[in-house]
Structure formats: C-alpha cells, structure tokens
Design a protein around this ligand. Structure first.
Ligand SMILES: NC(=O)c1ccc[n+]([C@@H]2O[C@H](COP(=O)([O-])OP(=O)(O)OC[C@H]3O[C@@H](n4cnc5c(N)ncnc54)[C@H](O)[C@@H]3O)[C@@H](O)[C@H]2O)c1
Length: 254
C-alpha cells in the first residue's frame, strides 16, 4: 500500500528537477498517486523534465496571472483525471527589485506582481480546482517562514506573510467543502527561484549551522515528504497549519 494510493493530484511549479514540486510529483507517484502537472512559460522544458518522473504525467499550461488559464483549468485537468483529491501550489516569483536589500525603494508595480504570483494565486488556484474536489481533499502550499524579517528576502517575505494569512482564510472558507489547506515552510533550497535571489548565499552559509538537525541545501525530499503527508489521509483534522521543514531553525533564537 502506498501513502497516496488512488489519490488524484495536481502539482504546479515543476521547472527543473531541483524544483521542490519535482520531488513532490516523484514521491507522490511512487506512493500510488495519479499526477497531472502544470507548467508556466517554457512548457517544452517542463515536458522534458516530466519525462524524468517514474510515469511521465500530462503537463497543462498555467500562468496564475492569466484569468483564462484559471477559468479553464478544471476542464483541462478534467481531460486527464475524473476529479482531484489534492492540489500542490509550489509557485513563487518576485521581480529583482523586490529582493536583495532594496526594500525601501521597490515600486508598487513590482510588489503587486510579487503578491499576485506568490500570494493571491494560492486562492486563485484553490478556487479554480474547486469544481473537481467534490469529495473534499487537501491543498498544500510552499512557504518560507514569514514571522521574521530576513536579510535579502524583502518583499518576497511580505508575500509569504500574505500567503500564510491567505492559507488560514482558505482553511476557514474551504472547510465546509471538506478541503484542508496547509503550508510547508521549507528551509533554503538551491532551486531556480532561490538562485534568482541576490544574496541568497547569506541563508546558505548560516542555515546548516543553525539547524539542530543540520540542513542539506540540495535535498528537496524532506519538504516533499511533508507535502505528501499533508496530502494523505494521515492529517484528517489539520487545516490552516504551517509545518516547518527547516532542520529546526524556526525554533532556535539568534
Ligand atoms: N527554494 C527555497 O529556498 C524555498 C524555500 C521555501 C519555500 N520555497 C517556495 O517553494 C515554491 C517553489 O519554489 P522552488 O524553490 O521549487 O523553485 P522553482 O523555481 O523550481 O519553482 C518556482 C515555480 O514557480 C513557477 N511560476 C513562476 N511564476 C509563475 C506564474 N505566473 N504562473 C505559474 N507558475 C509560475 C515557475 O515556473 C516555477 O515552476 C515557491 O513558492 C518558493 O517560494 C522555496
């Protein structure tokens, strides 16, 4: 028996094989789930990466800033799966001016883009998938601890604080549909999104030393495993929660 036997999942956010979402899709298939991926932008690249999964899944296009993509998402997923038991939001983006120590000078236009893609899209994705979740299910998003002001993370930190709040409001409003909404707050991982943060090495240098359990910056599997657990039937009464998968850094002072 796999942890996700019979579960039908939509996984967003695969860009490379170091994407957190790639690890989620791989483990989910190994645990018995049927997976559909969404890809943004370079779809042929996502399709090529998808071929590295145990069972190459269908890839459908989704730009979370595109209303037509969202409006047609349920129909397009429905061509491959007869419903959804789980949705993974592994999407983040902020223009360069939002990151790297430029906090006081960033324009609203750039902040608006960061919030649209990284925060509001959690709600948009969940609502777009609702018609397919008639039997309830789980929505899981990827977070970076937003309780502190970090070096260089700047407006992305604000976007993640919004994501944490958004997750609680979604949990409130989707509970009546039997849908649980939770976040996994991962420690720093060397993905494309992370490499685009100027000064990301500040996290890389300190995190493994601060973490009581240590921290491997290249291993996305611990975060993916937490996503799988939240998608499974083993957290039936948990919603609006944030599970930290960071080696324990969030619990340690200074
Ligand atoms: N890498 C880290 O250190 C880290 C730590 C904690 C949380 N996270 C979060 O994990 C999630 C996944 O990031 P990752 O680190 O795997 O990097 P990644 O670059 O592999 O994934 C980011 C994904 O966001 C997608 N995306 C960007 N704009 C989009 C749009 N308009 N519509 C749809 N998709 C869009 C990209 O195509 C990409 O697949 C993000 O929410 C990120 O903030 C990352």
């Amino acid at each position: 028996m796999g942890l996700l036997d019979g579960k039908r999942l939509l996984v967003t956010g695969v860009l490379t094989d170091s994407s957190i979402a790639f690890s989620v899709a791989k483990l989910a298939q190994e645990e018995g789930a049927s997976v559909v991926l969404t890809g943004f932008g370079r779809l042929s690249l996502v399709e090529r990466i998808a071929k590295r999964l145990p069972e190459p899944p269908p890839v459908i296009e989704l730009d979370v800033q595109n209303t037509e993509h969202l409006d047609t998402l349920a129909d397009r997923v429905g061509e491959h799966l007869d419903g959804l038991d789980g949705v993974v939001h592994s999407i983040g983006f902020a223009p360069q001016t939002c990151l790297g120590g430029n906090f006081l000078n960033t324009s609203w236009e750039d902040v608006a883009t960061a919030l649209h893609v990284s925060t509001y899209s959690f709600k948009s994705l969940a609502v777009a998938c609702l018609p397919l979740m008639k039997d309830g299910g789980a929505v899981v998003g990827l977070d970076f601890d937003a309780t502190k002001a970090w070096p260089v993370y700047d407006w992305m930190g604000v976007a993640k604080a919004g994501l944490e709040s958004c997750s609680r409001y979604l949990a409130r409003d989707l509970g009546k549909h039997g849908i649980r909404v939770n976040l996994v707050a991962a420690g720093p991982l060397r993905t494309m999104a992370a490499k685009s943060i100027p000064g990301f090495q500040e996290f890389e240098e300190s995190w493994p030393d601060k973490a009581p359990l240590g921290w491997d910056l290249t291993d996305t599997e611990p975060a993916a495993r937490a996503c799988l657990a939240l998608l499974s039937d083993w957290f039936p009464a948990t919603t609006g929660e944030i599970v930290h998968v960071d080696g324990g850094v969030h619990a340690i002072g200074a």
